[in-house]
Write a protein that binds this ligand. Structure first.
Ligand code: SF4
Ligand code: SF4
Length: 435
């Protein structure tokens, strides 16, 4: 069984393995990104970690996206440019010390959520998260995955979920949700739709699982949850391990195939959507033949087809926080806005261009890492400014991980924002509809 390691000691062998992994990961696409940076600095103002420091009146150039790829860029130059090769021959090559690798952990794991905002701002179109992913992968390869993240990832591999939700726990949570919210939740049935919750929802926000079930029942589609495919999250993406990503997706593939599923509904979870929608078909070409919808896309589709009627307003003034992975990267930006306009008295966007909305600060596994708390809180200051500009304390979200991160930061900084699941709001509107 694959396992992710966390260790404190860094040996010369680790440094070489890190270097070799980075070097081998540089293909023509990556080389173009590394070559193209003109050091214009525009991406600095794109990154919530850099901007968060600015809100406090500080400037930290190490938090700029371009800086996060600097060591990788040095490795590239040394191997693939004439000047770099000459420098190496003259004894001025890249020299990596153990503390440099620790700094890479800070840059790639604690101060980048792989939110992709900098890519949208960069005039050269440089995909910084792609570069950060290589550094993360190299660190994981040599056993330098942050402790909390390694622990959660190993739990997902061994027990089936990063929160330790195994099959008996899954079944007992489903039974609890079903009883508590009086909703039918079919388990292991042959069906058209497979809804896969995330363990964050199951354990911390069970109402959103109940709400999803109510919405699915209301739509009249044939659907089920699966014991084999019971966890939507995939920490393989966070630690950039192809083996882990594959192992976790295989469970979903097997569970969905067994039940004759046509469409998988990903829950309110950004990276779960990413892994199922964009990564899985590359890992299982020809086998991953499912349509993937995020639950918000599903709701939108049902409203459009006239299978869900949302005419009741259940909330007054509210703004929206976008999930970077579902919204910016997945393109699901119009749907949550159109849904909110149907069920809110006064929906106020917090950004002019939805694809440039700002990350919650806890994506990419950052919320799990205690060492990143300082940076996550700083990033929240940027969000708070946007919420305040929208003139409301109520914020709708469509990712439970975003809710977890935003709630945590808001509480730690003594703010009183309220973060609400769009799925919960829709379920409430349907109940109002029924009277
Ligand atoms: S991907 Fe997001 S968090 Fe990472 S450097 Fe770019 S803007 Fe910052
Ligand atoms: S915006 Fe693009 S080109 Fe400019 S410094 Fe950042 S990564 Fe380099």
């Amino acid at each position: 069984m694959v396992k992710v390691e966390h260790k404190e000691e860094i040996t010369e062998r680790d440094i070489k393995a890190f270097y070799d992994f980075c070097k081998e990961s540089i293909n023509s696409e990556v080389a173009a990104y590394l070559e193209a940076c003109v050091r214009c600095g525009l991406c600095a103002e794109a990154c919530h970690f850099y901007m968060g420091e600015n809100v406090s009146g500080k400037i930290d150039p190490t938090l700029t996206p371009a800086y996060k790829a600097d060591l990788l860029r040095e490795i590239y130059k040394e191997n693939y440019t004439l000047l770099g090769r000459v420098k190496k021959l003259l004894g001025f090559g890249v020299k990596i010390k153990p503390e440099d690798l620790k700094e890479q952990v800070r840059l790639a794991y604690y101060t980048c959520t792989m939110c992709d905002r900098c890519t949208k701002i960069c005039p050269m179109g440089i995909d910084t998260p792609r570069l950060v992913a290589i550094v993360r992968g190299a660190l994981t390869k040599v056993g330098l995955t942050p402790k909390d993240l390694a622990k959660a990832t190993n739990k997902a591999i061994e027990k089936g979920s990063p929160l330790g939700v195994d099959i008996p726990t899954f079944l007992s949570r489903i039974e609890f949700i079903s009883d508590e919210w009086e909703v039918d939740i079919p388990v292991d049935q042959e069906a058209e739709y497979l809804y896969i919750p995330s363990s964050i929802e199951l354990m911390k926000y069970p109402s959103s699982v109940a709400s999803a079930a109510k919405i699915l029942n209301h739509s009249g589609v044939s659907w089920t949850v699966s014991t084999k495919a019971h966890e939507a999250t995939n920490f393989g993406l966070f630690v950039q391990s192809k083996e882990v990503t594959r192992e976790l997706l295989k469970r979903i593939l097997d569970g969905a195939k067994e039940l004759g599923i046509k469409t998988i509904i990903a829950p309110e979870c950004g990276h779960a959507y990413q892994s199922m929608r964009f990564v899985a078909s590359n890992i299982f070409p020809g086998e991953w033949n499912f349509e993937i919808l995020n639950i918000v896309e599903f709701i939108h589709k049902m409203v459009r087809e006239g299978r869900l009627n949302l005419s009741k307003k259940v909330i007054d003034r509210i703004t929206l926080h976008d999930s970077c992975q579902i919204g910016r990267r997945g393109g699901v930006l119009r749907e949550p806005r159109e849904i909110l306009k149907l069920i809110a008295e006064d929906f106020r966007d917090s950004v002019e261009f939805p694809e440039k909305n700002v990350c919650c600060g806890g994506g990419g596994g950052v919320v799990v890492e205690h060492e990143a708390d300082y940076h996550r809180q700083k990033a929240f200051l940027v969000k708070a400014e946007l919420f305040d500009k929208a003139g409301t304390k109520k914020v709708a979200c469509y990712c439970a991980n975003c809710v977890l991160s935003l709630e945590k930061s808001s509480k730690e900084l003594n703010r009183d924002y309220e973060f609400l699941s769009i799925v919960d709001l829709v379920a409430e509107a349907l109940e109002e509809e029924e009277g």
